[in-house]
Every structure is written in C-alpha cells, then in structure tokens.
Design a protein around this ligand. Sequence first.
Ligand code: CAA
Length: 258
Amino acid sequence: MEFVTYEAEGQIGLITICRPKALNALNSAVLGELDEVLDAVDLEEIRALILTGSGEKSFVAGADIAEMSSLTKAEGEAFGKKGNDVFRKLEKFPIPVIAAVNGFALGGGCEIAMSCDIRICSENAMFGQPEVGLGITPGFGGTQRLARLIGAGMAKEMIYAARNISAEEAYRIGLVNKVYPQEELMPAARKLATSIARNAPIAVRNSKKAIDEGLQTDIDQAIVIEEKLFGDCFETADQKEGMSAFLERRKEKNFINK
Ligand code: CAA
C-alpha cells in the first residue's frame, strides 16, 4: 500500500496513515487503503488497534481539499459516502480502536479520530472542523459525532465558527481522554492497547457492542441489549478461565478468545 501501513505487534495492530506531503490528508486512495487494511486485520489474533498519523506534526489534516475542489454535487455526496462508509466500518470494528492523535486533527482528521473508541493525543495536537471556512459542511460524520461526544452547544460553536481547539481544551471538554508529550504518546497508546488485549476478548467485544448499540436506543432497549451480550459471555472458555482465576486467587489468566 502507498499511504497506509499496518503492523501487527503481538496482539496489537498499528495502522499508520502516511501521506506526509499533504500532512496525511485523506484522498480517495487513502480511504480505499484504510478500507482494505481493516479487512485484512486478523481478528483471531489481534485484540486492539491503534490508529495514528506519520510524523510529529499531523495526525490527519482533513479530507483532501485539492481533490474536493472540483467535485460536482453528486460527486461531493459520493465522496462523503466513501469516507462515511470507511469511518463507520472503523467505528463498528469488532475490537477497540485507539486514536493516537499526534498533531493536526482537522476536518476529516477530527472525524476519523471520533470514529475510534478512545482518543489520546500529543501536546501539539489541534482539533477542529474548519469546513465552513471552505464553503462546505463537515462531511465524514463531524456534524453527528462531535455533537454526540461533546454536546450540541460546543459542537455548534466549533463548527459554525470553524474554531480549532488545542489539546488542552480537547481534554477539558472530553474529546480526548489524555494528553501526552509527543514522545510519550505511542508508548501510552501501546500500554493502553496492551491492557485491553490482556482481558477476555469476547467480553471486550461484547462491551463495545453493548455501549455503541445501547447509545443508539432508549434505556429500556439498551438494557436488553446488555442482557443479551452479558448472557452471551457465559459458557465461554474465557468466562470459565476468568472466574476460576479469581476463585483460585490466581493472577495469571490465559484467555483464548473462545
Ligand atoms: N488537503 C490537501 N492538502 C493539504 C491539506 C488538506 N486537507 N492539509 C494540508 N495540505 C497540504 C498543503 O497544501 C501543503 O502542500 P504543499 O506543500 O504542496 O503546498 C502541505 O500539506 C503542508 O501544508 P501547509 O503548508 O498548509 O502547512 P502549515 O503548517 O502551514 O499548515 C495546517 C498546517 C494548518 C494543517 C494547514 O495545512 C491547513 O489548514 N490544512 C487544511 C485543514 C483543513 O481545512 N481540513 C479540513 C479539510 S475539509 C474536510 O475534511 C471535509 C470533510 O469533513 C470530509
């Protein structure tokens, strides 16, 4: 692949968007490669993914403005759909995805980070949806996910005024979980991914599903979704292993994803 690299590090998968000449901006080719890379992840082995950008300046500086500049209405809509389809695949990916935001996360960059389960960032990160300054709306889910994550009032201010925010502000309003010095970001992402990977994979996946599907519905239906996914964990080898380890006061657990 030209713009996306993938490395499996034990039970952790690392996806890096690598298009340095455009600050890792997302054109159709990058979106296509991201789609392919997600399809290629070995879900038997890999228990958590990290998504980052190459270099120390930019995570993803948005959708590619040069590519978008001459699109017709129909092509614009199709480009939005292409991005949305890939981001939705990422959001619904069976295992947790951590965005390690190592610099600019603007437009499509903020949007792809919001499609991940957890966001952490470096001190130089900057988040924003600057699209209205380009004459368009956010188009890869920004109008929807930003409001859901930080509330409609703050999302509307950021989007209408095209106001970019610092890592510190992103932390204060809950857009990221933690801010690190640049050199500590990837070690922190790996540490977090490792602590996810050491838990029972079916239980982690079912937790993700319960949270995400439950948030899309009312509390009564959401509780039923949880009950089913909770019940689904029983009789698995990993449920037996996790509970036996507790009862036997054994620290080491051997979860086998079954
Ligand atoms: N698309 C295409 N190229 C981009 C890009 C983008 N989103 N962001 C940066 N680049 C390119 C620049 O054109 C430049 O290329 P050249 O060297 O060939 O001129 C190169 O990357 C370096 O960028 P700058 O010289 O601008 O770097 P800087 O340090 O001065 O500024 C920046 C950095 C503030 C991130 C600035 O590049 C910038 O504002 N980028 C655009 C950010 C943006 O508006 N993103 C939203 C895009 S719209 C969108 O994402 C729609 C959607 O929701 C789907």
